[in-house]
Design a protein around this ligand. Sequence first.
Ligand SMILES: Nc1ncnc2c1ncn2[C@@H]1O[C@H](COP(=O)(O)OP(=O)(O)OP(=O)(O)O)[C@@H](O)[C@H]1O
Ligand SMILES: [Mg+2]
Length: 226
Amino acid sequence: MNSLLRIANVKKSFEAPENGVVNVLNGVNLEINPKTITSIIGSSGSGKSTLLHIIAGLDKIDSGLVEWQGDDITQWDDEKIATFRNTEMGFIFQFHHLLPEFSAIENVMIPAIIHGKSEKESNRLAKELLDEFELGHRIEHRPNQLSGGEQQRVAMARALINTPSLILADEPTGNLDEKNSSTVLKYLLSLRDRFNVSILMVTHDMSITEDGDFIFEMNDGKLLPI
Ligand SMILES: Nc1ncnc2c1ncn2[C@@H]1O[C@H](COP(=O)(O)OP(=O)(O)OP(=O)(O)O)[C@@H](O)[C@H]1O
Ligand SMILES: [Mg+2]
């Protein structure tokens, strides 16, 4: 099977004003195949979000290889990275990052419009997705009129509108109570089969990882299978 994403021996350090250089990633290897669910756990500050930023082309690496479908993304220019991020990836964060002044349906439509779809087509797709997430009756609500779990479901619809191959989720349930967490998680895990995507999820919650295919721990700047 051809992998979607292959990361080999990736190193990344940050200059910290007070304590010199901090080596965050110190030889990370990871391969993601189509339609798989991968979870990453690890203590706070171990570099999990940094790794997701690198995969999204938001952070530059010091050395190593980051390949998307066999192509080295570190060589791409900003425009190619921006298109890649908008079309191949969907993002779900701990805090939904929905735009507060826009309705649920407008939030979902925006990536499609940026991608060049017409307003009519974007609206149709967004409505269809919000229906899929059982939010058809909430499409005109603004984010602050929705519950935390509903906001995350809007964020999932937004992440899917451009039919990405990979969903990156950074502690998607970290800010939710137990009931909302389990609903959001149920939806998230169902995306693989419903939308033919792979999911790469960072989490603190060990119970979450049981339903995935692969689990890694970020430890001392490396990813170790567990
Ligand atoms: N832009 C930056 N400049 C300097 N240091 C940074 C920067 N981004 C991250 N770091 C440092 O890199 C380390 C890893 O951060 P990262 O956010 O990847 O951790 P994490 O595993 O996601 O933690 P958490 O579970 O708390 O979200 C931390 O020590 C952090 O302070
Ligand atoms: Mg983090």
